[in-house]
Design a protein around this ligand. Structure first.
Ligand code: FES
Length: 105
């Protein structure tokens, strides 16, 4: 099991959850009843298809596979300002992670 620590934009810990190796980050959050979506995107999101960017988070520490093509396309305009930006729905958990959740981008 890996530990995922979710922090808010100020760096305060919001929640710590456990995830299975290889588990999708978004699905691990949902399974642990942790909300990664801001505002109305809790309801209005693409359900993990990499289309809406509402699950965007920053990986503050921990190893992950490089950003995939879906993320590169969806986050193209935002990566310059936030190089650790990822789509939680596209990240497989392979390490203990510290993940910064965002209100909006
Ligand atoms: S849930 Fe829509 S991009 Fe991740």
């Amino acid at each position: 099991m890996h530990e995922i620590t979710f922090i808010n934009p100020k760096g305060n810990v919001r929640r710590v959850i456990k995830a299975e190796p290889g588990e999708n980050l978004r699905e691990a959050a949902i399974r642990n009843k942790f909300g990664i979506y801001p505002h109305l995107f809790k309801i209005l999101n693409c359900r993990g298809r990499g289309l809406c960017t509402s699950c965007a988070v920053e990986i503050e520490s921990g190893k992950t596979a490089p950003r995939n093509d879906v993320e590169d396309a969806a986050l193209k305009s935002k990566i310059g300002k936030k190089p650790n930006l990822r789509l939680a729905c596209q990240v497989a958990v392979e390490d203990n992670l510290v993940v910064k959740t965002q209100g909006s981008f």
